[in-house]
Design a protein around this ligand. Sequence first.
Ligand code: CA
Length: 389
Amino acid sequence: MKIISITSHILRIPLGDKVFYSSQARFPERNSFLVRIETDTGLVGWGEGGQYGPPEPVAAVIDHVLAPKLIGRDPTEPVVIWEQLYSFSRDFGQKGTYVEAISAIDIALWDISGKAVGLPVSKMLGGAFRNRVKAYATGCYYPEKYDDLPQVLENLKLEASRYRESGFDALKVKIGLLDIHADAERLRVIRETVGPNIAIMVDANHAYTAATAIQMGKLIEKYDIRFFEEPVIPEDRAGYHRVRTENPIPVAGGEAEFTRYGFRDLFSEGCVDIAQPDLTVCGGFTAFSQILALANTHGILVIPHVWGSGIALAAALQALAIIPPMPHTASPIPLRNEPMVEFDRTHNSLRDELLVEKFQLVEGYVGVPQGPGLGVTIDEEALRRFQAC
Ligand code: CA
């Protein structure tokens, strides 16, 4: 089997009146970069690369630099191709766009490899520890009028009740845009709304200095917060270590980290309790398996970050299937020694409408696709619609 074509697809949908804020930015649209790799046998694989940034730079790297290296290659050796592409771009692309492009290619090559032998990627990587994964809702972002606190609190009550009623056992809340006392008030209202039995996590999107993050951790500990995601900027590993040592809440991070080398530094410098590699960012399945092994040796739980289209979610679910309970127990408990899938609940048609298969929450779980490769099928009509936007 040989690769005969590699095509970049840039997908966009404007959010209209569903625009929202994290601590970092206003989100006026959702976008995704997808790559389609076709082989001479007719088998086709799909991959996704990058998350928050504009998709065009990833497309440029693939179209102008990496794709020409792959035409004619055997697609069923993704690890070999990963090492060759990364070695080529090492001097200028150890993090960022180049690794995101390699991620997209790697996911597509594993998709093809699985399809070639009729197995899901999770089986290609050694087998699934689970066929469905407990999901946590990512939501409680900030609205356009984020500084109207009384209205913000009213809306949060409604939103948090919706998650509870749809069967979620866990909810991740955005923090970091407002002063820590206003954000603590948001968490008080959410905890009061969902009651004691739903896990709450917080995500600052690196909004704080270490000193502020430590203050915030102490302030919100009483709301039983299960992890504190991206308290400080990803480059500040000493700050991460300080937050992890001096704040009472377990620290999570890694969605903006790349490859086994980046995670090696995060782990060896004692930055996180929970690692959150994103399949579309860290280097695809090939890098993910290496990061998983490293995390395991450091006693760190892996809970992949998920943000993109249905392809990114399908890739994350295949990856989630191969995470062993850490440490092993006879009855693993989500967030303690068992991973969960991040099930973003903000408006995103690229997640909900791009695939023929739909990801549904059933009894608090999302199923791991069981078909060959990623186990999902692109809806070609939807693809055309999102490309036209
Ligand atoms: Ca995050």
